[in-house]
Design a protein around this ligand. Structure first.
Ligand code: ZN
Length: 487
Protein backbone atom coordinates (compact mmCIF):
# COMPACT_ATOMS: atom_id res chain seq x y z
CA UNK A 1 0.00 0.00 0.00
CA UNK A 2 2.84 2.31 0.87
CA UNK A 3 4.65 1.66 -2.39
CA UNK A 4 1.42 2.20 -4.29
CA UNK A 5 1.04 5.57 -2.61
CA UNK A 6 4.54 6.50 -3.64
CA UNK A 7 3.73 5.62 -7.24
CA UNK A 8 0.63 7.74 -7.12
CA UNK A 9 2.56 10.69 -5.81
CA UNK A 10 5.04 10.24 -8.61
CA UNK A 11 2.28 10.02 -11.12
CA UNK A 12 0.58 13.24 -10.23
CA UNK A 13 3.88 15.03 -10.37
CA UNK A 14 4.85 17.28 -13.21
CA UNK A 15 6.97 14.53 -14.66
CA UNK A 16 4.15 12.45 -15.97
CA UNK A 17 3.92 14.44 -19.09
CA UNK A 18 5.32 13.83 -22.46
CA UNK A 19 6.32 15.86 -25.43
CA UNK A 20 5.19 19.33 -24.88
CA UNK A 21 5.01 20.61 -21.36
CA UNK A 22 7.49 23.40 -21.21
CA UNK A 23 7.70 25.96 -18.51
CA UNK A 24 8.52 29.39 -19.76
CA UNK A 25 9.69 30.66 -16.41
CA UNK A 26 13.14 31.73 -17.52
CA UNK A 27 12.44 33.08 -20.97
CA UNK A 28 9.01 33.59 -22.47
CA UNK A 29 9.05 33.53 -26.23
CA UNK A 30 7.72 36.81 -27.43
CA UNK A 31 7.54 37.62 -31.06
CA UNK A 32 9.39 40.66 -32.26
CA UNK A 33 7.13 43.37 -33.67
CA UNK A 34 6.31 42.86 -37.35
CA UNK A 35 8.70 44.66 -39.59
CA UNK A 36 9.06 44.83 -43.27
CA UNK A 37 12.42 45.37 -44.79
CA UNK A 38 14.29 44.40 -47.89
CA UNK A 39 17.29 42.46 -46.72
CA UNK A 40 18.68 40.43 -49.53
CA UNK A 41 21.91 42.35 -49.81
CA UNK A 42 23.08 42.75 -46.24
CA UNK A 43 26.74 42.57 -45.40
CA UNK A 44 28.47 39.30 -44.93
CA UNK A 45 30.64 38.57 -41.95
CA UNK A 46 30.66 34.81 -42.22
CA UNK A 47 32.10 32.64 -44.96
CA UNK A 48 29.60 31.32 -47.46
CA UNK A 49 29.28 27.54 -47.38
CA UNK A 50 31.08 27.26 -50.70
CA UNK A 51 33.94 25.45 -48.99
CA UNK A 52 31.82 22.32 -49.02
CA UNK A 53 30.39 21.00 -52.25
CA UNK A 54 26.65 21.13 -52.72
CA UNK A 55 25.32 17.82 -51.38
CA UNK A 56 24.52 15.21 -53.98
CA UNK A 57 20.77 14.87 -54.50
CA UNK A 58 19.37 11.63 -53.11
CA UNK A 59 17.49 9.26 -55.36
CA UNK A 60 14.11 10.19 -54.01
CA UNK A 61 14.85 13.91 -54.28
CA UNK A 62 14.12 15.89 -51.17
CA UNK A 63 15.12 19.37 -50.18
CA UNK A 64 18.63 19.56 -48.73
CA UNK A 65 19.86 21.49 -45.74
CA UNK A 66 23.57 21.96 -45.30
CA UNK A 67 25.20 23.79 -42.39
CA UNK A 68 28.69 24.88 -41.41
CA UNK A 69 28.51 25.43 -37.66
CA UNK A 70 31.14 26.82 -35.32
CA UNK A 71 29.98 26.32 -31.73
CA UNK A 72 31.47 27.73 -28.56
CA UNK A 73 29.98 25.76 -25.66
CA UNK A 74 31.26 28.08 -22.93
CA UNK A 75 30.07 31.22 -24.71
CA UNK A 76 26.76 29.62 -25.84
CA UNK A 77 27.17 30.96 -29.36
CA UNK A 78 26.97 29.46 -32.83
CA UNK A 79 28.17 30.95 -36.09
CA UNK A 80 26.25 29.33 -38.91
CA UNK A 81 26.42 29.28 -42.69
CA UNK A 82 23.38 27.48 -44.04
CA UNK A 83 22.45 26.42 -47.51
CA UNK A 84 18.98 25.23 -48.43
CA UNK A 85 18.48 23.54 -51.77
CA UNK A 86 14.72 23.71 -51.77
CA UNK A 87 12.76 21.37 -53.99
CA UNK A 88 9.20 22.44 -54.73
CA UNK A 89 7.48 19.11 -54.13
CA UNK A 90 4.00 20.58 -54.42
CA UNK A 91 1.96 20.64 -57.59
CA UNK A 92 1.95 24.43 -57.56
CA UNK A 93 4.41 26.99 -58.90
CA UNK A 94 5.63 29.25 -56.11
CA UNK A 95 6.12 32.97 -56.50
CA UNK A 96 6.98 33.33 -52.80
CA UNK A 97 8.93 31.15 -50.41
CA UNK A 98 8.17 31.15 -46.72
CA UNK A 99 11.11 30.76 -44.40
CA UNK A 100 10.32 30.06 -40.74
CA UNK A 101 12.94 30.95 -38.15
CA UNK A 102 11.93 29.44 -34.76
CA UNK A 103 14.86 30.93 -32.77
CA UNK A 104 13.46 34.38 -33.57
CA UNK A 105 10.68 33.66 -31.05
CA UNK A 106 13.33 34.27 -28.38
CA UNK A 107 14.40 37.92 -28.32
CA UNK A 108 18.05 38.58 -29.08
CA UNK A 109 18.93 35.00 -29.97
CA UNK A 110 19.07 35.07 -33.77
CA UNK A 111 21.11 37.59 -35.72
CA UNK A 112 21.13 37.24 -39.48
CA UNK A 113 23.94 38.73 -41.49
CA UNK A 114 23.17 37.45 -44.96
CA UNK A 115 20.32 36.05 -47.02
CA UNK A 116 21.08 35.36 -50.66
CA UNK A 117 19.86 33.30 -53.56
CA UNK A 118 19.67 33.48 -57.34
CA UNK A 119 15.91 33.89 -57.51
CA UNK A 120 15.45 36.18 -54.50
CA UNK A 121 13.99 39.51 -55.57
CA UNK A 122 13.09 40.79 -52.10
CA UNK A 123 12.31 39.62 -48.60
CA UNK A 124 10.39 40.87 -45.61
CA UNK A 125 10.13 39.80 -41.99
CA UNK A 126 7.05 39.24 -39.89
CA UNK A 127 7.66 37.64 -36.49
CA UNK A 128 9.29 34.26 -37.04
CA UNK A 129 8.45 34.42 -40.75
CA UNK A 130 10.59 35.68 -43.60
CA UNK A 131 8.68 35.98 -46.84
CA UNK A 132 10.92 35.72 -49.89
CA UNK A 133 9.61 37.11 -53.16
CA UNK A 134 11.06 35.34 -56.18
CA UNK A 135 12.13 37.05 -59.38
CA UNK A 136 10.38 34.27 -61.30
CA UNK A 137 8.03 31.51 -60.10
CA UNK A 138 9.57 28.24 -59.02
CA UNK A 139 7.82 25.51 -61.01
CA UNK A 140 6.71 22.23 -59.45
CA UNK A 141 9.59 19.78 -59.00
CA UNK A 142 12.15 22.55 -59.58
CA UNK A 143 14.64 23.63 -56.97
CA UNK A 144 16.34 26.82 -55.86
CA UNK A 145 19.20 27.60 -53.52
CA UNK A 146 19.10 29.92 -50.51
CA UNK A 147 22.25 30.84 -48.57
CA UNK A 148 22.05 32.29 -45.08
CA UNK A 149 24.59 33.41 -42.52
CA UNK A 150 23.61 34.05 -38.92
CA UNK A 151 24.71 33.74 -35.36
CA UNK A 152 22.82 32.29 -32.40
CA UNK A 153 23.31 33.66 -28.94
CA UNK A 154 21.55 30.87 -27.06
CA UNK A 155 19.05 31.68 -24.32
CA UNK A 156 19.67 30.46 -20.79
CA UNK A 157 16.56 28.38 -20.26
CA UNK A 158 15.50 24.83 -19.58
CA UNK A 159 14.16 23.69 -22.91
CA UNK A 160 14.82 22.18 -26.29
CA UNK A 161 16.59 25.33 -27.48
CA UNK A 162 18.92 26.86 -24.93
CA UNK A 163 21.49 26.07 -22.29
CA UNK A 164 21.69 25.25 -18.59
CA UNK A 165 24.75 24.78 -16.40
CA UNK A 166 25.20 21.25 -17.67
CA UNK A 167 23.63 21.02 -21.13
CA UNK A 168 23.01 22.82 -24.41
CA UNK A 169 20.09 21.75 -26.58
CA UNK A 170 19.77 22.65 -30.23
CA UNK A 171 16.34 21.82 -31.55
CA UNK A 172 14.44 23.93 -34.09
CA UNK A 173 17.52 26.12 -34.20
CA UNK A 174 17.64 27.04 -37.90
CA UNK A 175 15.53 28.58 -40.66
CA UNK A 176 13.44 26.07 -42.59
CA UNK A 177 10.82 26.03 -45.31
CA UNK A 178 7.55 24.42 -44.17
CA UNK A 179 5.49 21.99 -46.26
CA UNK A 180 2.29 22.99 -48.01
CA UNK A 181 -1.09 21.36 -47.72
CA UNK A 182 -3.00 19.97 -50.69
CA UNK A 183 -4.39 23.41 -51.52
CA UNK A 184 -0.90 24.87 -51.60
CA UNK A 185 -1.10 26.68 -48.24
CA UNK A 186 2.02 26.80 -46.09
CA UNK A 187 1.74 24.76 -42.89
CA UNK A 188 3.08 27.59 -40.78
CA UNK A 189 1.87 28.25 -37.24
CA UNK A 190 2.78 30.18 -34.13
CA UNK A 191 3.57 28.77 -30.69
CA UNK A 192 0.75 28.85 -28.13
CA UNK A 193 1.38 29.71 -24.50
CA UNK A 194 -1.41 29.21 -21.98
CA UNK A 195 -2.41 31.43 -19.06
CA UNK A 196 -0.05 29.67 -16.67
CA UNK A 197 2.87 30.33 -19.00
CA UNK A 198 3.11 26.80 -20.37
CA UNK A 199 3.84 26.14 -24.00
CA UNK A 200 1.02 23.94 -25.30
CA UNK A 201 2.21 21.20 -27.65
CA UNK A 202 4.33 21.84 -30.70
CA UNK A 203 3.67 24.13 -33.64
CA UNK A 204 6.33 23.19 -36.18
CA UNK A 205 5.53 21.06 -39.22
CA UNK A 206 8.48 19.79 -41.20
CA UNK A 207 8.79 18.31 -44.64
CA UNK A 208 11.28 15.47 -45.04
CA UNK A 209 14.72 16.67 -46.15
CA UNK A 210 18.35 15.56 -46.22
CA UNK A 211 20.59 17.15 -43.59
CA UNK A 212 24.36 17.54 -43.34
CA UNK A 213 26.12 19.58 -40.67
CA UNK A 214 29.85 20.30 -40.49
CA UNK A 215 30.17 20.89 -36.76
CA UNK A 216 33.24 22.53 -35.31
CA UNK A 217 33.73 23.03 -31.57
CA UNK A 218 35.83 25.95 -30.40
CA UNK A 219 36.73 27.14 -26.90
CA UNK A 220 38.36 25.25 -24.09
CA UNK A 221 35.59 23.11 -22.58
CA UNK A 222 36.99 19.59 -22.12
CA UNK A 223 35.03 16.33 -22.44
CA UNK A 224 32.23 17.67 -24.60
CA UNK A 225 30.00 15.00 -26.09
CA UNK A 226 27.47 15.63 -28.83
CA UNK A 227 24.31 13.51 -28.83
CA UNK A 228 22.35 13.41 -32.08
CA UNK A 229 20.35 11.02 -34.22
CA UNK A 230 22.63 11.85 -37.17
CA UNK A 231 25.61 9.76 -38.28
CA UNK A 232 28.94 11.30 -37.19
CA UNK A 233 31.87 11.29 -39.61
CA UNK A 234 35.15 12.60 -38.18
CA UNK A 235 36.75 15.44 -40.14
CA UNK A 236 40.03 17.27 -39.84
CA UNK A 237 38.64 20.01 -37.61
CA UNK A 238 35.31 18.77 -36.36
CA UNK A 239 32.64 16.28 -37.24
CA UNK A 240 30.34 16.00 -40.20
CA UNK A 241 26.84 14.81 -39.33
CA UNK A 242 24.55 13.26 -41.89
CA UNK A 243 20.85 12.63 -41.44
CA UNK A 244 19.11 11.78 -44.71
CA UNK A 245 15.31 11.76 -45.12
CA UNK A 246 14.54 13.35 -41.77
CA UNK A 247 12.10 15.91 -40.37
CA UNK A 248 14.79 17.91 -38.65
CA UNK A 249 18.27 17.70 -37.17
CA UNK A 250 18.90 18.30 -33.47
CA UNK A 251 21.85 18.12 -31.06
CA UNK A 252 22.29 17.89 -27.31
CA UNK A 253 25.72 18.73 -25.95
CA UNK A 254 27.26 18.42 -22.50
CA UNK A 255 30.60 17.91 -20.76
CA UNK A 256 28.89 15.73 -18.15
CA UNK A 257 27.48 12.90 -20.23
CA UNK A 258 27.97 9.22 -19.57
CA UNK A 259 27.27 7.22 -22.72
CA UNK A 260 26.02 3.68 -22.83
CA UNK A 261 25.29 2.10 -26.19
CA UNK A 262 24.36 -1.23 -27.68
CA UNK A 263 24.21 -2.44 -31.24
CA UNK A 264 20.79 -3.96 -31.73
CA UNK A 265 19.78 -5.58 -35.02
CA UNK A 266 20.93 -3.07 -37.61
CA UNK A 267 20.90 0.04 -35.45
CA UNK A 268 22.66 1.52 -32.49
CA UNK A 269 20.76 2.39 -29.30
CA UNK A 270 22.50 5.09 -27.29
CA UNK A 271 21.69 6.46 -23.84
CA UNK A 272 23.34 9.72 -22.82
CA UNK A 273 22.78 10.32 -19.10
CA UNK A 274 24.42 12.71 -16.68
CA UNK A 275 27.35 11.16 -14.82
CA UNK A 276 25.37 10.83 -11.57
CA UNK A 277 22.80 8.67 -13.42
CA UNK A 278 25.19 5.98 -14.69
CA UNK A 279 23.43 3.28 -12.70
CA UNK A 280 20.21 3.75 -14.71
CA UNK A 281 21.71 3.91 -18.21
CA UNK A 282 21.36 0.18 -18.83
CA UNK A 283 17.67 0.30 -17.87
CA UNK A 284 17.19 2.93 -20.57
CA UNK A 285 18.83 0.86 -23.29
CA UNK A 286 16.94 -2.24 -22.13
CA UNK A 287 13.50 -0.58 -22.21
CA UNK A 288 14.39 1.13 -25.48
CA UNK A 289 15.38 -2.20 -27.03
CA UNK A 290 12.03 -3.71 -26.07
CA UNK A 291 10.11 -0.72 -27.38
CA UNK A 292 12.03 -0.62 -30.66
CA UNK A 293 11.46 -4.35 -31.16
CA UNK A 294 7.74 -4.05 -30.53
CA UNK A 295 7.15 -0.97 -32.69
CA UNK A 296 9.32 -2.33 -35.53
CA UNK A 297 7.15 -5.44 -35.46
CA UNK A 298 3.85 -3.54 -35.28
CA UNK A 299 4.50 -0.41 -37.35
CA UNK A 300 7.33 -1.36 -39.72
CA UNK A 301 11.11 -1.52 -39.69
CA UNK A 302 13.05 1.33 -38.09
CA UNK A 303 14.85 3.01 -40.98
CA UNK A 304 17.70 4.78 -39.16
CA UNK A 305 21.08 3.54 -38.05
CA UNK A 306 20.77 4.88 -34.53
CA UNK A 307 18.23 5.98 -31.95
CA UNK A 308 19.44 8.18 -29.12
CA UNK A 309 17.89 8.80 -25.70
CA UNK A 310 19.23 11.80 -23.82
CA UNK A 311 18.75 12.88 -20.22
CA UNK A 312 17.27 16.37 -20.52
CA UNK A 313 18.01 19.09 -18.01
CA UNK A 314 14.33 20.06 -17.82
CA UNK A 315 10.99 18.67 -16.65
CA UNK A 316 9.37 17.50 -19.86
CA UNK A 317 10.11 15.15 -22.73
CA UNK A 318 10.50 15.75 -26.42
CA UNK A 319 10.79 13.66 -29.55
CA UNK A 320 13.16 14.56 -32.34
CA UNK A 321 14.21 12.69 -35.43
CA UNK A 322 16.41 9.77 -34.32
CA UNK A 323 16.62 11.19 -30.80
CA UNK A 324 14.44 11.82 -27.75
CA UNK A 325 15.03 14.04 -24.76
CA UNK A 326 13.79 12.49 -21.53
CA UNK A 327 13.51 14.53 -18.34
CA UNK A 328 16.45 13.86 -16.04
CA UNK A 329 14.02 13.53 -13.10
CA UNK A 330 12.36 10.53 -14.74
CA UNK A 331 15.76 8.85 -14.89
CA UNK A 332 16.61 9.89 -11.31
CA UNK A 333 13.37 8.39 -9.99
CA UNK A 334 13.66 5.06 -11.77
CA UNK A 335 13.08 2.38 -9.15
CA UNK A 336 13.93 -0.77 -11.08
CA UNK A 337 10.28 -1.82 -11.51
CA UNK A 338 7.96 -1.40 -14.52
CA UNK A 339 5.65 0.78 -12.41
CA UNK A 340 7.28 4.10 -13.13
CA UNK A 341 7.65 6.89 -15.63
CA UNK A 342 10.80 5.59 -17.29
CA UNK A 343 8.98 2.45 -18.44
CA UNK A 344 5.95 4.49 -19.52
CA UNK A 345 7.65 7.33 -21.33
CA UNK A 346 10.53 5.69 -23.22
CA UNK A 347 7.99 3.72 -25.31
CA UNK A 348 5.92 6.89 -25.76
CA UNK A 349 8.83 8.92 -27.06
CA UNK A 350 10.19 6.11 -29.23
CA UNK A 351 6.81 5.51 -30.88
CA UNK A 352 7.17 9.05 -32.19
CA UNK A 353 9.94 7.75 -34.45
CA UNK A 354 7.02 6.30 -36.42
CA UNK A 355 4.29 8.84 -35.59
CA UNK A 356 6.01 12.18 -36.08
CA UNK A 357 9.33 11.28 -37.74
CA UNK A 358 8.37 8.72 -40.34
CA UNK A 359 4.74 9.80 -40.74
CA UNK A 360 4.51 13.53 -40.25
CA UNK A 361 1.38 15.43 -39.23
CA UNK A 362 0.37 18.98 -38.50
CA UNK A 363 1.38 19.05 -34.83
CA UNK A 364 -0.40 22.34 -34.22
CA UNK A 365 -3.78 21.60 -35.84
CA UNK A 366 -3.97 17.81 -35.60
CA UNK A 367 -1.69 16.90 -32.70
CA UNK A 368 -3.78 13.80 -31.89
CA UNK A 369 -2.36 12.10 -34.98
CA UNK A 370 0.92 11.64 -33.19
CA UNK A 371 0.14 12.15 -29.48
CA UNK A 372 -2.97 9.96 -29.14
CA UNK A 373 -1.21 7.12 -30.94
CA UNK A 374 2.01 7.61 -28.93
CA UNK A 375 0.07 7.47 -25.65
CA UNK A 376 -1.85 4.41 -26.79
CA UNK A 377 1.48 2.83 -27.82
CA UNK A 378 2.46 2.88 -24.13
CA UNK A 379 -0.43 0.49 -23.47
CA UNK A 380 0.77 -1.77 -26.29
CA UNK A 381 4.17 -1.85 -24.58
CA UNK A 382 2.66 -2.86 -21.23
CA UNK A 383 0.41 -5.40 -22.90
CA UNK A 384 3.44 -7.05 -24.54
CA UNK A 385 6.05 -6.92 -21.80
CA UNK A 386 4.15 -6.37 -18.54
CA UNK A 387 0.62 -7.65 -19.14
CA UNK A 388 0.05 -7.97 -15.39
CA UNK A 389 0.43 -4.18 -15.15
CA UNK A 390 -1.65 -3.17 -18.18
CA UNK A 391 -4.61 -2.22 -15.99
CA UNK A 392 -2.23 -0.38 -13.69
CA UNK A 393 -1.12 1.63 -16.72
CA UNK A 394 -4.72 2.55 -17.63
CA UNK A 395 -5.63 3.41 -14.04
CA UNK A 396 -2.59 5.51 -13.29
CA UNK A 397 -1.64 6.99 -16.63
CA UNK A 398 -5.16 7.78 -17.87
CA UNK A 399 -8.01 7.41 -15.37
CA UNK A 400 -6.21 9.03 -12.43
CA UNK A 401 -6.23 12.34 -14.36
CA UNK A 402 -8.75 14.43 -16.21
CA UNK A 403 -9.30 12.44 -19.42
CA UNK A 404 -11.93 14.25 -21.43
CA UNK A 405 -12.38 16.83 -24.16
CA UNK A 406 -12.15 16.74 -27.93
CA UNK A 407 -9.45 14.36 -29.12
CA UNK A 408 -8.99 16.43 -32.28
CA UNK A 409 -8.32 19.67 -30.40
CA UNK A 410 -5.65 21.84 -31.94
CA UNK A 411 -3.00 23.28 -29.61
CA UNK A 412 -4.99 26.55 -29.75
CA UNK A 413 -8.46 25.08 -29.10
CA UNK A 414 -7.53 23.11 -25.97
CA UNK A 415 -7.06 26.40 -24.13
CA UNK A 416 -4.53 25.20 -21.59
CA UNK A 417 -1.82 22.63 -21.25
CA UNK A 418 -3.94 20.67 -18.75
CA UNK A 419 -6.90 20.50 -21.13
CA UNK A 420 -4.61 19.66 -24.01
CA UNK A 421 -3.23 16.67 -22.16
CA UNK A 422 -6.69 15.57 -20.92
CA UNK A 423 -8.15 15.61 -24.42
CA UNK A 424 -5.42 14.87 -26.96
CA UNK A 425 -3.25 12.50 -24.92
CA UNK A 426 -5.52 10.80 -22.41
CA UNK A 427 -8.94 10.87 -24.04
CA UNK A 428 -6.96 10.22 -27.22
CA UNK A 429 -5.66 6.94 -25.81
CA UNK A 430 -9.22 5.98 -24.84
CA UNK A 431 -10.36 6.82 -28.38
CA UNK A 432 -7.64 4.56 -29.82
CA UNK A 433 -8.74 1.75 -27.51
CA UNK A 434 -12.34 2.28 -28.60
CA UNK A 435 -11.28 2.14 -32.26
CA UNK A 436 -9.41 -1.06 -31.54
CA UNK A 437 -12.48 -2.62 -29.93
CA UNK A 438 -14.76 -1.51 -32.75
CA UNK A 439 -12.53 -2.63 -35.59
CA UNK A 440 -11.05 -5.65 -33.84
CA UNK A 441 -7.56 -5.57 -32.40
CA UNK A 442 -5.86 -7.24 -35.38
CA UNK A 443 -7.61 -4.97 -37.87
CA UNK A 444 -6.72 -1.89 -35.87
CA UNK A 445 -3.03 -2.79 -35.64
CA UNK A 446 -2.96 -3.64 -39.31
CA UNK A 447 -4.54 -0.26 -40.03
CA UNK A 448 -1.81 1.51 -38.06
CA UNK A 449 0.81 -0.41 -39.99
CA UNK A 450 -0.75 0.51 -43.32
CA UNK A 451 -1.11 4.11 -42.22
CA UNK A 452 2.67 4.18 -41.66
CA UNK A 453 3.40 2.32 -44.89
CA UNK A 454 1.22 4.56 -47.03
CA UNK A 455 2.26 7.86 -45.49
CA UNK A 456 5.92 7.45 -44.58
CA UNK A 457 8.05 10.48 -45.43
CA UNK A 458 4.88 12.49 -46.00
CA UNK A 459 2.59 14.66 -43.88
CA UNK A 460 -0.64 12.80 -43.13
CA UNK A 461 -4.02 14.19 -42.08
CA UNK A 462 -7.02 12.61 -40.41
CA UNK A 463 -8.27 11.59 -43.87
CA UNK A 464 -5.30 9.26 -44.39
CA UNK A 465 -5.73 7.88 -40.86
CA UNK A 466 -9.40 7.04 -41.35
CA UNK A 467 -8.71 5.73 -44.87
CA UNK A 468 -6.33 3.21 -43.30
CA UNK A 469 -8.97 2.19 -40.74
CA UNK A 470 -11.59 1.79 -43.46
CA UNK A 471 -9.20 -0.32 -45.52
CA UNK A 472 -8.65 -2.64 -42.55
CA UNK A 473 -12.33 -2.94 -41.68
CA UNK A 474 -14.96 -0.95 -43.59
CA UNK A 475 -17.36 -0.27 -40.72
CA UNK A 476 -19.14 2.95 -39.87
CA UNK A 477 -17.24 4.87 -37.18
CA UNK A 478 -19.48 7.93 -37.07
CA UNK A 479 -20.72 7.19 -33.55
CA UNK A 480 -17.11 7.38 -32.33
CA UNK A 481 -16.47 10.62 -34.18
CA UNK A 482 -19.57 12.10 -32.55
CA UNK A 483 -18.34 10.95 -29.17
CA UNK A 484 -14.72 12.07 -29.39
CA UNK A 485 -14.34 14.74 -32.08
CA UNK A 486 -15.15 18.39 -32.32
CA UNK A 487 -17.52 18.50 -35.30
ZN1 ZN B 1 4.38 12.56 -27.36
Amino acid sequence: MKTRLIYLILIVSLLFTSCGKQSQATSTPTLPPPQSQVMNTTEETLPEPTSTPTPEPTQENYSQYHFDVVFDYAQHTLQVSQQIVFLNKSDFPLSEILLLIPPRSFPGVYTQTSLQGDLIAASSEDGIKTIITLSQPLAAQQSLTINLSYSLNLPKREGTLGFTDRQTNLSNWYPYIPPRDQSGNWLAHEPFIDASNMVVGEYIVNEIADFTVNFQLIGNTPNLQIATGARPIPMENGTRYELPKARAIAFSISNQYHLEEIQHNNYLIQAYVFSNQKQNASAITRIATQAMDLFSELFGEYPRERVVIVSADFLHNMEMDGMVLLSNKIIDFYDGTPLNNLTILIPHELSHQWFYSLVGNDQALEPWLDESIATYSESLFYERYHPEYLQWWWDNRVFAHEHNGYVNNSIYEAGSYENYRASVYLNGAIFMQDLSENLGKENFLSALRHYVENNQYGVATQKEFFDALFQANPIDLNHLLLKYFRQ
